[in-house]
Design a protein around this ligand. Structure first.
Ligand SMILES: *Cc1c(COP(=O)(O)O)cnc(C)c1O
Length: 343
């Protein structure tokens, strides 16, 4: 028996926009794309995103954080190369071999996990990020297919150029023909002359990583939820846990089926807005686990109507600024209970 229920919240993926963004990244950089789909494609859902990207000639490979995520991609039918960015631990080797994953070696212990096996890998350098990667060592190994590094502060031109310079001299120690990649979404602006690929996540999904970003991206994600109750509260009536908001006038309160468990950070309580029919409506009172209250006074909103969390001109980046975080965190927080839909 199939149980049919009403949708309460939906994350829509605009296929056409996703494809447009990939082509735009390719056009701008002139380099093949390593599509970063770690953390379930930034919370959007790898099972929706990966099959679309897999078909694009501009996308040469995928990148994930850990072998489990690589296995999931293979099971979704991905045949292109899958880079595992987040290191290897003892116990990972079987999955790497069986699912043809390409590990990134950023610590000598990762190489020990690979041992003498015939597993091609990329090697990572720390040119200033201070996270993963070798600082100085040069590895001589015929299995090395790629050399990579990562920018820590793409908005800082001076430091980024220093990182690029360091990486340039490291790359020279490796044979011609290895893949070289450093640019992330924000890093694309540097158009590094000696890299062969770009390693991009955020921009694919239509989010601008920098102010004055020179790429013409289309928002690919819309996030909406439905109103489950509308009622008028009298003046002086508290709203939600802790009564952090008290009505000043007769107020039409809408209860939206979307809370912090769905990904709407509690720090947006009494500060953020949602969008009803193109108009911003203030979030009033504390955001709760499954529900958020908005002031719908002056609207004709009814139970069952949709409210936009992200979309209609608002990006995750806009919402993140209000929440005091970054778009990545908000995206990754969108719960699996939010229905995914490709349009
Ligand atoms: C996540 C990640 C990227 C992609 O960054 P975006 O800003 O989403 O383009 C690239 N490289 C590494 C090492 C990463 O961890």
């Amino acid at each position: 028996m199939i149980t049919v229920v009403a949708e309460r919240s939906v994350l829509q993926i605009d296929r056409e926009a996703l494809v447009h963004n990939a082509r735009e990244i390719f056009r701008f950089s002139g380099k093949g794309i390593i599509a970063v789909v770690k953390s379930d494609a930034y919370g959007i859902g790898a099972r929706w995103v990966a099959p679309i990207l897999e078909k694009l000639p501009e996308v040469k490979a995928f990148a994930v954080a850990c072998p489990e995520e690589g296995v999931v991609l293979r099971e979704l039918g991905v045949r292109k190369e899958i880079l595992v960015l987040g290191g290897l631990l003892p116990g990972d080797l079987d999955a790497v071999k069986e699912y043809r994953l390409t590990p990134v070696v950023s610590d000598i212990e990762h190489l020990r996990v690979i041992g003498g096996e015939d597993v091609p890998f990329h090697i990572k350098y720390d040119t200033g990020m201070g996270r993963l990667g070798f600082v100085e060592e040069t590895l001589e190994d015929p299995r090395i297919e790629g050399v990579m590094s990562h920018l820590s502060t793409p908005a800082d031109r001076e430091f980024s150029l220093l990182q690029i310079k360091r990486f340039s001299s490291i790359v020279k120690r490796y044979p011609q023909g290895v893949k070289v990649h450093m640019e992330s979404s924000a890093g694309l602006v540097y158009r590094i002359p000696f890299t062969t690929h770009v390693r991009v996540g955020l921009a694919l999904y239509g989010e601008k990583p920098l102010k004055n970003y020179p790429l013409n991206l289309k928002p690919a994600i819309t996030l909406r939820a439905r109103i489950v109750s509308v009622k008028d509260l009298p003046p002086d009536h508290p709203v939600s846990y802790g009564g952090t908001y008290v009505t000043r006038r007769r107020t039409r309160v809408g209860v939206v089926a979307f809370g912090y468990a769905d990904g709407l950070m509690k720090t947006l309580s009494n500060v953020g807005t949602l969008i009803y029919k193109g108009k911003e409506v203030p979030i009033i009172g504390n955001i709760t686990m499954d529900m958020t209250m908005v002031d719908l006074t002056g609207t004709g909103a009814r139970v069952g109507d949709w409210v936009t969390v992200v979309g209609e001109g608002r990006t995750f980046g806009d919402l993140a600024r209000t929440a005091g975080t970054i778009p990545y965190e908000l995206m990754c927080n969108v719960s699996s209970r939010v229905l995914r839909e490709v349009i």
